[in-house]
Ligand binder design. Sequence first.
Ligand code: ATP
Ligand code: MG
Length: 465
Amino acid sequence: MMNDAVSLRAQLLRWLVAPLVALNLIAAGVAYWLAWMPAQTAFDQSLADTAWALVPHMQDSGPSIELSLSQQAEQVLRVDHFDSIFFVVRDTKGRIIAGDLDFPPLQIPPKYNSYVAYSSHMRGEEVRAITLSTLINGEPILIGVAETRVKRQQLKLRIFWSLLVTELLLLLLVILVVRWVLAKGFQPLQDIQGELAARRLDDLSPLPLVATPQEIAPFIRAINELLQRAQASGRAKQEFLANVAHQLRTPLAGFKTQLEWLRDHHRADTDTAQSADLMLASTDRMVRQANQLLALARSDPGDFQRQRLGRIRLDQLVSTSVQQFVQQALKKHIDIGFNLQPTEIDGDSFLLRDLVDNLVDNAIRYTPEGGQVTVSCAALDGRGVLRVEDNGPGIPDAEKEHVFERFYRLDQTQAGSGLGLAIVRDIAIDHHAQVALSAGHAGRGTVVSVTFPPATAPSAQAVPG
Ligand code: ATP
Ligand code: MG
């Protein structure tokens, strides 16, 4: 679908450039005509001057008029750097008095002592000619002068090329200006795109409307309405999920108690006891999944209010939380160690319990029997840092981003829903904390470290030990 999309900017550029090119061509035509016409008149005028120069050399010699022109004078008249010049002197009856016999037919000017200019052919070449009509001793005389068109063609070409270059430069300049203007015009849209692209996946807060051009404001308002609806519907789903998970916990707890009673009362019947044990294991998994769903709903960063954070002793919270895992670790002969230094952070104790529980649960769950897990916390440069390290199989580099996705799992042999690290990430976002995954000692195992920002909340809330 994206490949079919047309670029509005390219479209606008095309729409603007096509008429601009047409306009430029018309302007160039007019400029060409305006430049050539006066030059043509000047050239014609100079031909007329040549004709006038012949007039003083005409004499009335009795019965007819003659032209007395020395050879030298005639040469001067005919000489031009570029063109050949021809002439003829005729009376009105068509008798040629002097000049070139093959001079093309003359066009007669309407009045005496005036000339007409026209194009004609002579000796196989195109020529420009004029005819001057005058009276010599009362006798009407026509003088024709013609010249080849070399000079004129040269000038025409020069005008053409200078116009072409000017117009092309102008067009280039206009295209550059139009492109710049379009880029500036589209900047607000680009800004919105940047703002949306830089957001977290679940950030549905409205787009800012300040400094938005009038034309774009309705569009942004529509997007904002959509975002608001998406946020409301997301919140409704989240609440529904939290409610369902919460509601499931009580009946599951009752169910578990009944199963334990059943197992204890039928210990003699091994089949029943074994079946009850299997059901208990399944029930434990269901309880854990319900808890994970509840934790996921609670930690949603889109819905989290930062004012809920208060001053917390991370070391105390971790030592409380870890106690429930000692049994689990013992069962797998995992050596679990602690290094908990007094560490204060701003946090929400319920959410942080979920975070610590999930990290420690992963470390114990995915580390093989006889392994080692170390949980530590300390304050480094005012920042609280929590580290959960194990010497298990580790997480490959290529999977490091993916394991934070919901329902993404690597190790299918262990029970789990794939929500633990997604919950950890959401809670870290709630706390403006950074989560990093790396390898442990000698490149083996996994280290998850969570770095919290320096604490600013008033120190009142302490976690009971
Ligand atoms: P849940 O925690 O919801 O019960 P889960 O443990 O499968 O299920 P996550 O905690 O999100 O889900 O972990 C995702 C995957 O990352 C796990 O399936 C596991 O393969 C891998 N993983 C997580 N922690 C470790 C670890 N410490 N060592 C090795 N692999 C790990
Ligand atoms: Mg897990």
